[in-house]
Design a protein around this ligand. Structure first.
Ligand SMILES: [Zn+2]
Length: 292
């Protein structure tokens, strides 16, 4: 998946927050712990409030860490050469697709969401989070959070083959959650957050389907040279399978317990990414009505 060399990147859709993260800004000074911690939607684990670190609340008010992404990531050729710029390119393409899809649908317009790159830990509108959570989307501040170290985890910890398209799948999945937030779908989860037939699993499988929809339409966004190859798609499918609940449970506990599922099995995740990719149509991603 090569980017078109001459396409302009919009680095303002991605921001970098400096290392550490836990000593940040008003956290210690403000003192008041905000009681309400919002559910976040992640790629791999069912992130409940207790897995966010205590003490979170509003993000630090100070200026974001200085970022030179805008200097580094100007053209598609930069996205082919650096991992950070590739994230910018993928984010740009995913959001271009959804902006156009919302326009065609004609009911509401798309609102852009930034990706925050961080290391170790980060303050979010959903509380303090550590890298251990994996990539996630916080509905409260409409941002995607990503520690690039996760891409190594994907291979080492989850046994995926990795690769640029596996990474693109991760990003497109999180933007699927942003779309769900804009459309009001996220609210459907409520307390129904665990189990093979839960609303949480349906929400996650829909985000996988949306990732597939983007993959199908990605070339039309103008950021890529040509259609994705079957080996690109295999990378995504392999990553989707690697983060299936059954496979994660098998690895961690040596057994599979569907009652604890939050994201769906490997088979289901592959199935729904494929549904999105084969149809290219968000309307086909109705995991809430379908037999998943
Ligand atoms: Zn997710």
């Amino acid at each position: 998946m090569d980017f078109r060399d001459d396409v302009d990147l919009d680095a303002s859709q991605v921001e970098e927050r400096g290392g550490g993260g836990f000593s940040g800004g008003g956290l210690a000074i403000g003192g008041g712990v905000v009681g309400v911690i919002t559910l976040v939607v992640a790629l791999v684990l069912g992130v409940r409030p207790e897995s966010l670190l205590p003490g979170g609340g509003s993000p630090p008010q100070g200026a974001p860490a200085t970022s030179n992404l805008a200097d580094q990531c100007k053209k598609g050729s930069d996205a082919d050469q650096s991992e950070k710029c590739r994230v910018v390119g993928v984010v740009n393409s995913v959001q271009r697709y959804w902006r156009d899809a919302f326009t065609q649908r004609g009911k509401q317009s798309y609102r852009s969401s930034r990706t925050v790159l961080f290391t170790t830990g980060v303050s979010t509108g959903c509380g303090q989070a550590s890298s251990a959570v994996g990539p996630f989307y916080c509905p409260a501040d409409s941002r995607v959070y990503l520690d690039l170290g996760f891409f190594e985890d994907l291979e080492r910890r989850f046994g995926a083959k990795g690769g640029p398209f596996a990474q693109a799948y991760v990003i497109a999945h999180e933007y699927g959650h942003h779309v769900q937030n804009l459309l009001g779908t996220t609210r459907r989860v409520g307390d129904n957050s665990q189990g093979a037939d839960s609303a949480s699993v349906r929400l996650e499988l829909q985000a996988d389907c949306y990732a597939g929809v983007w993959a199908k339409n990605a070339v039309d966004t103008g950021f890529y040279e040509g259609p994705f190859t079957s080996s690109d798609i295999r990378e995504a499918l392999d990553a989707a399978a690697a983060v299936g609940d059954d496979r994660i449970q098998e690895r961690a506990q040596g057994r599979v317990n569907p009652e604890g599922w939050t994201h769906g099995s490997s088979r289901q995740r592959v199935k729904w990414f494929t549904t999105g990719y084969e149809t290219g149509a968000p309307a086909k991603c109705d995991t809430f009505s379908a037999n998943i």
